[in-house]
Write a protein that binds this ligand. Sequence first.
Ligand SMILES: [Zn+2]
Length: 675
Amino acid sequence: MLTQVAAVLILTASCHNQKNENIMVKAIDPANMDLTVKPGDDFYRYVNGNWIKNNPIPPEYSQYGAFTILDEENKKELKSLVDKVSSDKKAQPGSISQKIRDFYNSGMDTALIEELGIEAIGKEMDDINRLQTKTDIQRHIAEMQKLGIYPLFYFFADADQKNSSMEIANFYQGGISLPDIEYYLADDSQTKALRKAYVAYITRMFELAGDEDKIAASKANTVIDIETRLAKTSKTRLERRQAEKNYYKTNLKGLMGISPSIDWEGYFTALGLPDPGDINLSQKDFIAGLSKVMDNFPVEDWKIYLQWNLLNSSANYLSNDFVNEHFDFYGKTLSGQQKIKPRWKRVLGTTSRGLGEAIGQLYVEEYFPPESKKKMTILVENLKKAFAGRIKKLDWMSDETKQKALEKLDAITVKVGYPDKCKDYSKLTIVPDHYVKNVQNAHKLEFERKLAKIGKPVDKTEWGMTPQTVNAYYNPTNNEIVFPAGILQPPFFNKDADDAVNYGAIGVVIGHEMTHGFDDQGRKYDKDGNLNDWWTPQDAKRFEAKTKKLAAEYDHYTVLDSLHVDGALTMGENIADLGGLNISYDAYHMSFNNTQPGKIDGFTGDQRFYMGFAQVWRQNIRNKEMIRRLKEDVHSPGEARVNVPAFNIDAFLKAFNISPGDKLYIPVDERAYIW
Ligand SMILES: [Zn+2]
């Protein structure tokens, strides 16, 4: 996935330009550049320096860039759609309009939410308090998961990695509320301080829920004890990147043998799936470890742990005291955010997730021009041709593997804009006066939808993101690339802009997603989406040597003075960035039809291509957020996403006359050439 990193929206077409097709929209504004920086010393700041200086992070953000700004624009559009629907007093009960209206309004009804306070989840708290045995606990976990609350582990339907046309039951490690296991295990002073803040946060939440100070503090210790044990039995982020090592197919009987202290039959019966069939344990050792952790704590402790999961997962939908505590820890302490987002944005986000594709349908009708879909489809085809051309010319890959790679490339399915068929929300109950209940009901529908898939063929027409999302993804088991309508806007995609900039921005995004099918993990899946090695051993070895070289370059890239990017953790994304940039550049040149593009503002087509790319990733980011992301994010920071891949590319160095004396110059024999 591409996810949130960097740059602003400078390419908005004015109304005047939109009316007059002959006027080319100015897609790169030189005022955002810093011409005092040499491109060869820091290309990222050369293109974005003034923008970075002139766009401090608003208090409600932990980072600010193209993705956040576009997301903001989208929120305003969604707001006007929801406002229109919300004012419809005559919406038929059970209609989509009624559901959108009541979901949103229930979240905005602060008087009622404040009045209810913790009582909004009173029934769910009572349900936990009544549990008496560990079997009760284990069965109740199934009940909580139906509501979108995940104690201990995640459970969902997913394609079988080795038989990708079938949906099977999947377990994935979880059960912790800090963002990574490292927060529980590392012993540096900064992590220790965060841990202390986390315990204080849990304590305050239990106090708000009605416990006395001492009891709340003791409960917080129980929670962190259990979570630390879970963290100790978990795999690291790096270990979880290895596709083949996170696949272990078994069945209910096998699961009971691996993890004997948990009543799995009771769990599955409570889920409503007494015979789950094939089961994948993404982290087998974690599931085995769960059994021991279960033995280690008494029932009373497990009840506290479940209460905590309920409280923490529901906090954002409860009264303001809960919302603010949650923000104080996750927003301020972990990410450096200064101010919470206004309520309407938060409620809109929740409504947009709960009724995702229904709102997406309205969004697409209003804001996604059909011509964008057409133009994107042509762009993707050009990118595919360019990628095929590059594969044929690779000097490090045998013809045998090339043949398979070309077949896989050709087989990639492309989805643009929105799904052909919208999800069915007819079974979703949305009431006007219970926000938490609405959130739970939306989760429940989604959970049941997924549960019903288990044991059935994969529906390859479904989407993993809503149309309004500003992002894109590659799904290895479907061998597909997906571009929601939300990202198909400036500065990524500008139907009126100069080709150089479109290829540099959305073209590179398309190439990035395609390359994911051939990155260090994606390459392990064949054209049908099965985890099935199609490489000759020599080619695999050569590929790995190249990726190590690239990883070392990122390892050496420092941000915030001395913190390093983790080249191994970010490897897949970095390969995709480098590949995307190369493929889109070739596609751009293939589009010339013998006419070379002229200069704009003194910049050649090639220069504008790389500048269009660089401006997508411009961002300002708070130190706390940068530190957090370096640990957790599989994407490199925006600055490295520009400066590392570009300097490995001959055409880039030539376009800006970069020479050995420049700071970021990489000698020819040290450059990473992969795709
Ligand atoms: Zn990606």
